[in-house]
Design a binder for this molecule. Structure first.
Ligand SMILES: Nc1ncnc2c1ncn2[C@@H]1O[C@H](COP(=O)(O)OP(=O)(O)OP(=O)(O)O)[C@@H](O)[C@H]1O
Ligand SMILES: Nc1ncnc2c1ncn2[C@@H]1O[C@H](COP(=O)(O)OP(=O)(O)OP(=O)(O)O)[C@@H](O)[C@H]1O
Ligand SMILES: [Mg+2]
Ligand SMILES: [Mg+2]
Lengths: 186, 222, 186, 222
């Protein structure tokens, strides 16, 4: 199982951080890295107490996995220093890289585009299209641009208060207020 | 293999039987705040064996049963069904599937790695699971010939929960155990907490997780 | 200081959960409640061990504060069962109620509208307007409707990679992609 | 009292001096992802005395100093200034202010309730705070006559941090201590972690907090 994990890790690393990987596709450049974290060992101090120290040593079967991201034109940053939208795009890139390694027949994305600006929403919907040969996507959104990228739209409304019903919706019918007009109950 | 349909009845805000078909590559779900879109995601997680009521945004598992509204009485049970197309595999795909199906004991171990978290809002009441000695509803010889190890072109997975706490799983209308559901989806990347379901507000959970937690996700994809 | 807290609590309760309170304004109906939580006491079990139990007893100086929300036409729910957008609207209602009790001269809202549908964005921007007699608002957003509700817009861009600059923007100039066109450096 | 201006220089991605004026009731800040909008919010929290680098999304406090970019060298220091208009109060407002200003010890206690969390990424290096025996830059007799206890129509609050760790606070260009900044804003609802600053992704933090944590927020507003 060591080789199994090693193969998977290398595949995902290539998909995510490679020159044509997902990170560069979603950011239009920059660089990302996936690496094995140093093992944490207990070290004895001179006073007899022990403390946990991260060593340089890594082990394919034990080590955790670290993610580094460097958006184009910026210094490499720890994940915590990325902006809200940059975090979402990095997470989507990593998710789709894992997905490429072991696709499942469907994928559900619930308002993943909430923090994205319009240009990144465009990239997000374009990238999803590159995976539809492997799987079907169910995408929940309030963003008109994402809606227009779907092949089919379902509306979920509460015409009777407290009770959800499903209606079929054409993109043009999704009104200004997110309300759903002219829908048909199938 | 393809997810073709989802049917909800009495599950959360879906009081009446509601069907979503997924014939297209990308299906969008839209609608005002609070209308039930994320309840659809909870339904998918639930039928795939989700055992923690907290991760379904409730306090107890019975919170998934329609609780009533201004004009309706509460429902007596909740039921969700996922329908998959499961055609016979041809050529390359059959070979690949056969190979990973006989990954043998290694495989089974990863699937079982999630211990049963007893305390996290487990269903109470009679767990009326079929006895362990019942034959599994899966067809061992179908492994390798179809994506799901069931000798049928269509596979329906259903979960039901009654007000008295009785909980049932069914595969193609035959009673099954949670273990059978897990075995059914072993190796497919499908599961209640798999990386293929991103819940609302949790897109960067994988980034914010610890290095060790991230490792577990990679192991699932191995 | 007991009366001080009691007065504040009652004032915020009225502002938030009263018949004309913020909750009903933002949800167009329904009902909310703020109440003092029961004190948690250590109780001895027969076997000698102790456990923490929530009692019915409350004390103005000690008790925590519980929030209950009942959107119109639905059963009363614990906060955890509300949807993403319902949580945001409840939080905004509570925040502005506290604000009314002790306003500060400015308030910063960073992408608070991310989870809202268009109808709720409308209510959110309308409610903020009711507080501009007390304070100024700084609102960060990607939502066109929220942008159009601002009196003045600043764009923050990185024309030079990695370096932020501020430009003045007219609403019409905020392009489709969120990019800022025709801006002036002041 | 009104916030009229914010000036950043060398703070996070704002390498050059950048000024935001807030003359309007509602000022919108827009722009593409990753361009520096939330850094403006961090700047406001920082100048108001934020001591935890983690809550400014960094590992150490020096992470707030411009770290360089493809075409620029890192900055030697970060500086942020908030400018307030602080006119003499007339009539009713003066009366109200005088009343709450003499809330006496009760007031001061709430303001001091946040203990110094030493371990959370505090600034290292010389804290070069003016000696405790220095007179406070605040004007006691201005309490009640102006919103901020300084005898001036304009109050500027500045914070600086140098690469060597030296950290300074200034009120109207006179050196001050963090305690003076807290005293200055006592009673105004302004502060680094006050309810009047809602960070990105944290709008429902108050709802998800425990009942006891929520109480602390109410106390601040008392
Ligand atoms: N057992 C139940 N019975 C009836 N209604 C329920 C039940 N459980 C949850 N709900 C209701 O479902 C609603 C939440 O729906 P959901 O979270 O799916 O909304 P949403 O469409 O995702 O909204 P948003 O756009 O704000 O994310 C809540 O208002 C809640 O009252
Ligand atoms: N000390 C620093 N020096 C230079 N750049 C920095 C520094 N600290 C943070 N940054 C950069 O600031 C950027 C984050 O900016 P910020 O979070 O303000 O974006 P934003 O405009 O809020 O974006 P979003 O719309 O995605 O929320 C990061 O890309 C980060 O690299
Ligand atoms: Mg939702
Ligand atoms: Mg931001």
């Amino acid at each position: 199982s060591r080789t199994l994990f090693e193969d998977t890790f290398t595949r995902i690393q290539e998909e995510f951080a490679g020159p044509n990987g997902m990170f560069r596709k979603l950011f239009g450049g920059g660089r990302a890295e996936l690496r094995l974290a140093g093992l944490v060992k207990e070290v004895q101090r001179p006073d007899g107490t022990t403390e946990k120290v991260e060593t340089e040593e890594t082990d394919v079967l034990e080590s955790g996995i670290e993610v580094l991201a460097k958006p184009p034109g910026k210094e490499p940053r720890a994940i915590s220093q990325l902006s809200g939208g940059e975090k979402t795009m990095t997470a989507v890139a990593l998710l789709l890289s894992i997905f490429r390694s072991r696709p499942s027949c469907f994928c559900v994305l619930d308002e993943v585009d909430a923090a994205l600006d319009e240009a990144n929403v465009e990239r997000y919907t374009r990238v999803i299209r590159q995976f539809t040969d492997l799987s079907h996507f169910i995408v929940i959104t309030h963003n008109k641009r994402t809606m227009s990228a779907a092949d089919r739209l379902y509306g979920v409304t509460m015409q009777e208060r407290g009770v959800s019903t499903r209606v079929s919706v054409k993109f043009e019918h999704v009104g200004e207020g997110g309300a759903i007009r002219g829908s048909t109950h199938e | 293999m393809r997810l073709s349909k989802l049917t909800l009845c009495g599950f959360k805000s879906f009081a009446d039987e509601t069907v979503f078909t997924f014939d297209d590559a990308v299906t969008g779900i839209v609608g005002p705040n609070g209308c039930g879109k994320s309840n659809v995601v909870d339904a998918i997680k639930w039928v795939l064996g989700e055992r923690s009521s907290k991760s379904l945004r409730g306090k107890e598992m019975s919170d998934v049963i329609f609780a009533g509204s201004a004009g309706r009485a509460p429902a007596g049970f909740a039921s969700v069904t996922l329908t998959f197309e499961n055609p016979e595999l041809k050529g390359e795909a059959a070979h690949r599937r056969a190979m990973s199906a006989h990954g043998g004991p290694d495989r089974a171990r990863v699937g079982e790695s999630a211990p049963v978290a007893e305390g996290s809002g487990q269903e109470r009441g009679t767990q009326a699971e079929p006895g362990d000695d019942d034959a599994s509803p899966l067809d061992a010889d179908a492994r390798g010939r179809r994506a799901l190890p069931i000798e049928a072109d269509t596979v329906e997975v259903e979960r039901r929960l009654f007000r008295d706490g009785t909980s049932q799983y069914l595969i193609n209308q035959r009673r099954a155990r949670l273990r059978d559901i897990r075995d059914l989806f072993l190796d497919t990347g499908i599961g209640a907490d798999a990386y293929s379901i991103i819940e609302q507000g949790k897109v960067d959970a994988m980034l914010l997780a610890s290095a060790q937690e991230r490792r577990t996700i990679f192991e699932e994809a191995a």
